[in-house]
Design a protein around this ligand. Structure first.
Ligand code: TYD
Ligand code: MG
Length: 446
């Protein structure tokens, strides 16, 4: 009997090899080859007929009605709800709230009269029930299957034909015909591939939960991203209550939207008024400004604070928390030399609120504006705090930084209308300071 053949695929570059090797012959990485199933080799077909391509205009396009999960922030990030037959991967580190979010979504859909199914390879049905008891809505009415065998899961899906299904998690399912352990690259790929095929056939919308590995990749480098229709990233610190949900890829919507949640005792609560909270948490005092930063590919708003006070010691203190000390020295020098705001013999303290660390050039302008406003004793921004970003050059010019549109979008999302950033109108630090502090500086020119 011809056995389904397997190949060894490199998890970092995707190169294939007929036999296992310790080192990938293509990219040279070690221990990255994992076994993967290949269907039986196809016999060349002699009589394959050509197909006549049709113009797009004549293609019949089905207009899907989206399934609203009832969680506003999730629906928005999805682009208006779940598309039937689509596969959505939700990634995040353990404990972030993936199971909570997906349980709540299924509960809402079930209450809406949709057929749902929650497949868990991580927890027992009893554990899932205990969680569901804490959650609002109809979470307890959702049918559940605690199972790790892929074939059983697929057979159950085929028999039950739910409209929406959660697989929690893709790493815990195991395909019996592959030798690798559950969670290995080959297994994850196979599991996702077979679920995708069934989901497309039967029109089941699948929420695939995936753990993020230490390197921050979803189930191994990029192995699933091309396969699924959307990739959502659930992020946040476990100690903090805020969590953000964003789309890294979305075939049915944009990837600029971000959903904000707060973990409470009764599950995840949407933070729809995040803008109001950010505005409320920023101190709105002289020396405070909001920085629209990028953390990798993720925009993040943080408050940068500065305090400038007369010093009793020589040389005066320069204390930086959350930003590079050398960068602070540079910004102070440029402020004094090119913007007419010298810290002179004063102590300067700069702090990124919330213990956040910012390691990107875009923070320069926030540091400069915070120090300028602290020095002058002027509060920036009228109704809302001012947001800013930009790198500062040694000649006093403002230099553009990556992803300006994402930073702007993030500031706007959180209700910060005044954003000072490198532009034609604002090309120097002096102009930026003048804009931020209003009419106060003496150097008011045309
Ligand atoms: P969970 O959804 O299990 O995370 P994940 O599936 O991503 O690993 O839940 C994460 C944490 O949230 C867990 O430590 C307990 C906490 N939690 C609450 O604080 N309130 C709740 O209502 C629930 C259900 C969980
Ligand atoms: Mg979980």
């Amino acid at each position: 009997m011809p056995r389904a053949s397997t190949v060894f695929v490199c998890s970092s570059c995707g190169a294939e090899s007929a036999k296992w090797r310790g080192q990938c012959p293509d990219c040279g990485n070690w221990n990255t080859l994992a076994e993967e199933a290949r269907g039986p080799a196809k016999a060349p077909k002699a009589a394959t007929r050509a197909v006549k391509p049709v113009p797009l205009r004549q293609v019949e396009a089905v207009r899907y009605t989206r399934l609203a999960t009832g969680i506003g922030e999730l629906d928005r990030v999805l682009g208006g709800g779940l598309v039937p037959g689509s596969l959505v991967l939700i990634g995040g580190s353990p404990g972030i709230g993936k199971s909570t979010l997906t349980s709540m979504a299924l509960g809402n859909l079930q209450a809406d009269g949709r057929r749902t199914l929650y497949v868990s390879g991580e927890e027992s049905a009893a554990q899932i029930r205990l969680r569901a008891e804490r959650l609002p809505g109809a979470a307890l009415d959702v049918p559940v299957l605690a199972e790790t065998d892929l074939d059983t899961v697929l057979a159950t899906l085929d028999a039950e034909r739910p409209e929406v299904c959660v697989i929690d998690s893709v790493q815990t399912l195991h395909a019996g015909d592959l030798t690798g352990a559950a969670g290995s690259v080959g297994q994850v790929r196979e599991v996702a591939d077979r679920i995708t095929r069934l989901a497309k056939q039967r029109g089941i919308a699948v929420l695939l939960v995936g753990h993020v590995t230490k390197e921050g990749a979803l189930a191994g480098p990029r192995v699933l991203e091309h396969l699924v229709d959307a990739v959502l990233q659930f992020e946040g610190e476990r100690e903090r209550t805020y969590r953000t949900l964003r789309a890294l890829k979305n075939r049915f919507g944009s990837t600029n939207d971000v959903g904000v949640f707060e973990m409470q005792t009764s599950g995840l609560v949407e933070v729809a008024d995040a803008s109001a909270r950010f505005v409320a948490e920023a101190t709105r005092a002289p020396g405070s400004v909001v920085l629209a930063a990028m953390e990798g590919s993720r925009p993040l708003l943080v408050e940068v604070q500065a305090l400038v006070s007369p010093s009793e010691i020589v040389p005066p203190r320069r204390v930086a928390n959350g930003i590079d000390r050398n960068r602070l020295a540079l910004v102070l020098a440029v402020l004094g030399r090119h913007a007419g705001i010298g810290a002179g013999a004063a102590d300067v303290f700069v702090n990124v609120a919330g213990g956040v660390k910012i390691e990107e050039p875009g923070a320069d302008l926030a540091v400069a504006l915070a120090v300028a406003s602290a020095t002058r004793g002027v509060t920036m921004g009228e109704q809302t705090p001012i947001a800013c970003f930009g790198e500062i050059g040694l000649t006093g010019e403002l230099r553009s930084v990556g992803h300006p549109e994402r930073r702007l979008a993030e500031a706007q999302k959180f209700g910060l209308a005044d954003v000072i950033a490198p532009s034609q109108r604002t090309s120097t630090l002096r102009q930026a300071v003048r804009q931020a502090l209003g009419s106060t500086p003496k150097t008011q020119a045309a």
